[in-house]
Ligand binder design. Structure first.
Ligand code: UD1
Length: 433
């Protein structure tokens, strides 16, 4: 099993270039299924999840030209050959469920293995299915699959009980060639939704209001190919902001969009960390000053992102005083707490709330990355803990961050990856070739 050995490091210094957004590119890749023509996607991060999505697209009938060394993917799906992607692939990544909307739109049928629960909660898909049903699809669930079928989808109004990112994307894609107008109310407002809508509009789609809580989709007959650059990854941006903060370093973060990380900037400033939006990028300087505790509550965008919760918490363990972190988006997203506590952090949890008494001395030990963001949090804690921290199951971390070790090492972090063998991911879900 691959692991990271993290050694206490000095303040991180230098600059880092942020990659394209994982959570934006996955639905954009799915959206290429909406047309027969060639779509070129640029600024694609070279990540395992992108590899899994590519393989799913290939099984569906796409021709995928992978030039990921140049962060480029070219996808052409002249014909849909298969509407039932294999469980072996779909089960590797929950986000693969977003192929259902485009398949329904293009050929009126999809049969997808039900995504299971995961470490951070049960993660149901009821809102996706509610949307498809409202558009006129017949939904059948059973024996581990969900099947949707419709001769022609018809525009309607869909109210989401919760602004789910995946459901908003899936319903938006299903509705794009439906008859008439679809309105998604209480839609998710995340930047990744806006990027997807921009991509689809470049293909000839007519989507308005993405980035607000009401999205209007006017159905069109057909879409065409296009070229698109993916937005920078706001969670990777936040990860490096916190890496600078926790090590009391000074890092220039290039290719970031400050508007997308407003809550992270606000909370860091509240703690006393200097964050400056410069012409070259975001400069996070924690080399001076005394830092204070703060309270965080995760919310759908534009609130504080749940994906930054564990990473910010790692920083709060190093700040004198009492901080509170409330998780409202996922039901079970405190898996990192027990690992941080094993390193010496003083954290107690009650339901969805964690109280951190900052300033306790952290000491390296063996910890497990339970999900990709929790893994990043443990690496950050390892950078300031005494001795060595061994972070196991790092395939999670590498799902979310391109060239993780290289980028951190370039800033002065002491991180080494240890792999038992060159083919070490197979047991943990390396995508089939
Ligand atoms: C996406 C992101 C993930 C991020 C999350 C919330 C991708 C690939 N992943 O995940 O990194 O943490 O948004 O910002 O973009 N829910 C339902 N029913 C549904 C769908 C969701 O109850 O049909 C609930 C979930 O259980 C969860 C909450 O809604 O509690 C948010 O989930 P959602 O916004 O759908 O997250 P994802 O799209 O899975």
């Amino acid at each position: 099993m691959a692991k990271f050995i993290v050694q206490k490091s000095g303040p991180l210094m230098g600059e880092v270039e942020i990659s394209g957004s994982k959570n934006a590119v996955l639905p954009i890749m799915a959206a290429t299924l909406l047309c027969e023509e060639q779509c070129v996607i640029m600024d694609v991060p070279k990540l395992r999840d992108v590899d899994v999505m590519s393989q799913i697209l290939v099984r569906i009938g796409a021709n995928v030209k992978d030039e990921l060394e140049q962060n480029k993917l070219t996808v052409t799906t002249s014909e849909i050959a298969e509407t039932e992607p294999p469980y072996g692939l779909v089960s590797k990544m929950r986000a693969s469920f977003v192929i259902m909307g485009p398949l329904l739109a293009r050929v009126g049928r999809a049969r997808i293995p039900l995504p299971g629960g995961c470490a951070i909660g049960s993660r149901p898909i009821d809102l996706h299915l509610k949307g498809f049903a409202a558009l006129g699809a017949k939904i059948v669930e059973g024996s581990g699959f969900v099947e949707a079928q419709a001769d022609r989808l018809r525009g309607t109004t869909v109210y989401l009980d919760f602004p789910s990112v995946g459901a908003t994307e899936n319903i938006m894609m299903a509705a794009v060639m439906a008859e008439g107008t679809t309105v998604i109310e209480n839609a998710a407002e995340e930047p990744e939704i806006v990027d997807l809508a921009n991509f689809i509009n470049k293909m000839g789609g007519r989507i308005k209001g993405a980035g607000t809580d009401t999205i209007k989709i006017e159905g069109v007959e057909k879409l065409h190919g296009t070229t698109h650059h993916v937005i920078p990854d706001r969670i990777e941006t936040g990860t490096f902001m916190l890496a600078a903060a926790i090590t009391r370093g000074n890092v220039l973060i290039k290719n970031s969009l400050p508007d997308h990380v407003k809550p992270v900037i606000a909370k860091l400033r509240e703690c006393g960390v200097s964050v400056e939006d410069t012409l070259e990028g975001l400069r996070v300087d924690a080399t001076r000053g005394k830092f204070t505790a703060t309270d965080i509550k995760t919310m759908p965008y534009p609130g504080f992102p749940t994906d930054m919760q564990s990473i910010f918490m790692a920083f709060l363990t190093t700040v004198e005083g009492k901080s509170t972190v409330i998780e409202t988006v996922f039901e079970n997203r405190f898996m990192h707490v027990s690992e941080l506590s094993r390193m010496g952090a003083n954290i107690t949890t009650k339901d969805r709330s964690a109280t951190i008494i900052g300033g306790a001395k952290l000491t390296g030990t063996q910890v497990v990355a339970t999900d990709l963001r929790a893994g990043a949090a443990l690496v950050l804690a390892g950078l300031v803990a005494e001795d060595f921290t061994e972070v196991d199951e790092v395939y999670h971390i590498e799902r979310g961050c391109e060239r993780f070790v290289d980028k951190f090492s370039a800033l002065g972090a002491n991180i080494v990856k240890e792999s038992p063998d060159s083919n070490n991911y197979n047991k943990y879900g390396k995508a089939e070739q």
